[in-house]
Design a protein around this ligand. Structure first.
Ligand SMILES: Cc1ncc(C[n+]2csc(CCOP(=O)(O)OP(=O)(O)O)c2C)c(N)n1
Ligand code: SF4
Length: 284
């Protein structure tokens, strides 16, 4: 398939200039390069502007309930652990409604890729303060300014046991495509935090803000050093937003530790009929 083959008949509804366009393009580029298609890949998404992405990519997908793309991805991977599985999620979706799933996915180390479209607000519902909005952020849900501390998803995932953490700006399409490929190739849970400007509602985290304030961690950085990774996840602010692969280590995946799916995927195991009449009789 080439990039054009991934298009669907659905009309794209994102606002002009939205950071989601960069994510869409980068994903299709990565898919073309890696040969991701309906035979080997499944996408899941939550509810929000981010979730529309799966309607615009011709690969088998499931758009679930708000906050639930990770458990759906988890189920898909358990049923067929030979698939590439991507869970597209918003910052509200991943860290508020789905916050518990996010933490447990990190510690479980299933071999799936969680892609956070981080626009630091609830965009689809017109710009309310989210768990990523900074302190003091004024929106229609916090007209007096946000009084809560924002969540830093990579720091949270690292503390919970994640084995691959990356951050990238949505406008850097080449780098984003590379990182999506690296995340998918990683054995274990990968979290990719994409700095995705919402040009309609987020007046702080604009394209210019990210272009001026991100920096690549560079070749001298050791992504296997957990203490260094923690330090990187503590950085956020003017000229101080590190991007790139911040952490990557090899640990056994969840799937590798389940003997029943080590040799063949559950879906290829066939079904065995069992007579449960005796058991049912116990309940009458
Ligand atoms: C359980 C539940 N709570 C609230 C909503 C309403 N809702 C739909 S989309 C959305 C905001 C989505 O924000 P985010 O996940 O950050 O994604 P974005 O739109 O910014 O991409 C909300 C609150 C819902 N559908 N379900
Ligand atoms: S509301 Fe924001 S996130 Fe949603 S499509 Fe428009 S610019 Fe993108």
């Amino acid at each position: 398939m080439n990039m054009h083959d991934y298009l669907t008949p659905n009309v794209c509804t994102w606002c002009p200039g939205c950071g989601n366009f960069g994510i869409w393009t980068a994903f299709k580029k990565a898919a073309e390069k890696e040969g991701w298609n309906n035979t080997n890949t499944v996408l899941t998404a939550g509810i929000g502007c981010h979730g529309h992405l799966v309607n615009f990519v011709k690969i088998t997908s499931f758009e679930g309930l708000h906050g639930r793309p990770i458990p759906v991805a988890s189920g898909v991977k358990l049923a067929n652990n030979r698939l590439n599985v991507f869970a597209f999620t918003g910052d509200g979706d991943a860290l508020a409604e789905g916050g518990n799933h996010f933490i447990h996915a990190a510690r479980r180390n299933q071999d799936i890729t969680v892609v956070i479209h981080d626009n630091a607000i609830y965009a689809l519902t017109t710009g309310q303060t989210s768990p990523r909005s900074p302190r003091g952020y004024i929106s229609k849900s916090t007209p007096g300014g946000n009084i809560e501390e924002p969540i830093h998803p990579l720091r949270l995932a690292l503390a919970a046991g994640a084995t691959f953490l990356a951050r990238v700006y949505s406008g850097d399409i080449e780098r984003l495509a590379e990182i999506l490929i690296a995340a998918n190739n990683h054995h274990g849970l990968s979290v990719v935090q994409i700095l995705q400007p919402c040009v309609t509602f987020n007046y702080m985290y604009s394209h210019i803000f990210y272009q001026e304030n991100i920096y690549e961690v560079g070749p001298s950085y050791d992504p296997t050093d957990k203490t260094a990774a923690f330090a990187k996840t503590m950085e956020w602010g003017i000229k101080k937003i590190p991007v790139g692969i911040l952490y990557q280590v090899n640990e056994p995946t969840y799937e590798e530790q389940i003997p029943q799916i080590k040799k063949h995927a559950l879906v290829h195991g066939g079904t065995k009929k069992r007579d449960i009449t005796k058991i049912l009789k116990m309940y009458v």
